[in-house]
Design a protein around this ligand. Structure first.
Ligand code: AMP
Ligand code: ZN
Length: 471
């Protein structure tokens, strides 16, 4: 049987993976908060854990892996959007507006992640469907002395859990010194975090022994993983940004509620997708969505290929050049393998993936398969990694074989972008807007940067003649 090795954040080592029960390998991954379209960074964990899911199914059998990824549908950002809609005159109730927002966001999420070729997890629980279980777990933590109620809030007593901080390798005192904690009058200790909080009339709420309120974010994952996977399971995944405090808090809650069990044995964290050295995030405003790229005519497979080109534990940037290279490679590969049989997935590919998900290594193996003319193995590898050859055959045939973009085009755009940058520095916004509009008309979209020249994308309607006319 193929050995899978994974970097376990808990031990900070690459370890051999041994499931608790090979008949039912269990994985939980923290899913999105459903208040808006997924940005490209959000797609990274989806693709990383999709590859791991495929690998586990390959090794242990399709019916022997259970993958759970939740939807966080209780969140102040969702409430804020619903309240905004109400404020601009929407006559519906807040509950209806919240439900609408989460429903539409989940539908977008599915459409976007399907387009990237990600398999749907076996369970996609919504937090709002597990409120009763969260209330029960919180009650249990209070009974065991790990949590307390104050002023309608229930807080987790961090000092009651000895191993707090073990995952991220911090002591409680370091964390307080880091001052990432909120001091509040209802807390015994500034480190304590919220399990339950009261809701005002214009916030969603559920009845509980502590009054009408709603759960904190961390308890959601502890309750849902327990309900769907049990007190001990194999892999817990998510982005490295969630390691502290979210995962640390999940561990504290679950370990205290079920002290006899181990919670997650392997913690796997993906690094961040970045933009100019900073994490892509909604709050920094340096993001674009998966849908933006798909709408520009970038196939989901190309996005997937670019993502898998970097090891999941390395930060990565999305660049136009990577996209072009991925497109060229896939075009070549799909045109070669289109008519071949699907062979066996070559060992080299599986071995690379088994080596802490070395997707870039698997791609290197695929390049060599193509050089040796082993098209059946290449096709099998593509399908295995989630690239649908059938779906792509249309793309390969319909689009031009070579990108119409040349180095000269890039130079022309760069010159206009610099001219526009100077105009902006001189506050000549009229000229700056004209240049932007002319480029867009030629099918080149600019992305403004705060203190630097804009970056750009060639859109699918790029018109070389129009661009050349701007020279
Ligand atoms: P959120 O909805 O922000 O909680 O994020 C959902 C998932 O996306 C989590 O697993 C995050 O760790 C992950 N994530 C958010 N931003 C990025 C990023 N820039 N790069 C990679 N993963 C990210
Ligand atoms: Zn979580």
């Amino acid at each position: 049987m193929t050995t899978i090795r994974l970097r376990n954040s808990k031990s900070r080592k690459v370890e051999e993976f041994h499931p608790i029960d090979p008949q039912n390998v269990r994985m939980y991954v923290c899913g999105p908060t459903v208040y808006d379209r997924a940005h490209l960074g959000n797609a990274r964990p989806v693709l990383v854990f999709d590859v791991l899911y495929r690998l586990l199914r390959h090794v242990y059998g399709e019916g022997h892996v259970t993958y759970v990824r939740n939807f966080t549908d209780v969140d102040d950002k969702i409430n804020a959007e619903a309240q905004r809609r109400k404020a601009v005159g929407d006559p519906r109730t807040l509950e209806e507006l919240i439900a609408e927002r989460t429903e539409e966001t989940i539908a977008w999420y599915h459409a976007d992640m399907d387009a990237l070729g990600a398999l749907r997890p076996d369970h996609e629980p919504r937090a709002t469907a597990f409120i009763g279980q969260m209330i029960a777990m919180i009650g249990d933590l209070i009974a065991k002395g790990h949590a307390y109620e104050k002023e309608g809030h229930v807080l987790f007593r961090v000092r009651s859990y000895q191993n707090y901080g073990a995952l991220s390798g911090r002591s409680v005192d370091d964390m307080i010194a880091g001052a990432r904690v909120e001091v509040a009058p209802f807390k015994e200790d500034p480190m304590d975090f919220v399990l339950w909080k009261p809701s005002s009339d214009d916030e969603p709420g559920w009845d509980s022994p502590w009054g009408r309120g709603r759960p904190g974010w961390h308890i959601e994952c502890s309750a849902m993983s327990y309900e769907l996977l049990g007190a001990s399971f194999d892999i817990h995944g998510g982005g490295i940004d969630l390691q502290f405090p979210h995962h640390e808090n999940e561990i504290a809650q679950s370990a205290c509620a079920h002290p006899e069990a181990g919670f997650a044995n392997y913690w796997v964290h993906n690094e961040m997708l970045q933009v100019e050295g900073k994490k892509m995030s909604k709050s920094l405003g340096n993001f674009f969505t998966v849908r933006d790229l798909l709408d520009q005519g970038v196939p989901g497979e190309v996005i997937r290929f670019v993502m898998l080109g970097t090891h999941y534990r390395k930060p990565m940037d999305w660049t136009d050049r990577k996209r072009e290279e991925a497109e060229a490679t896939l075009r070549k590969w799909f045109s070669l393998v289109g008519k071949s049989e699907v062979g066996r997935v070559p060992n080299g590919v599986i071995e690379a993936l088994g080596d802490d998900l070395n997707t870039a290594g698997a791609i290197t193996v695929m390049h060599s398969l193509r050089l040796r003319g082993e098209h059946e193995g290449l096709r099998a590898s593509l399908e295995f990694l989630g690239f649908s050859v059938d779906r792509m055959s249309e793309w390969v045939n319909s689009s031009p074989t070579a990108s119409p973009v040349t180095d000269e085009h890039r130079d022309i755009v760069a010159a206009h972008v610099m001219r526009r940058h100077r105009a902006r520095l001189e506050k000549n916004f009229e000229l700056s807007d004209t240049i932007r509009d002319q480029l867009l008309d030629a099918g080149v979209q600019l992305f403004d940067k705060k203190d630097a020249p804009a970056t750009w994308e060639f859109l699918s309607d790029f018109d070389p003649a129009k661009l050349e006319a701007l020279k």
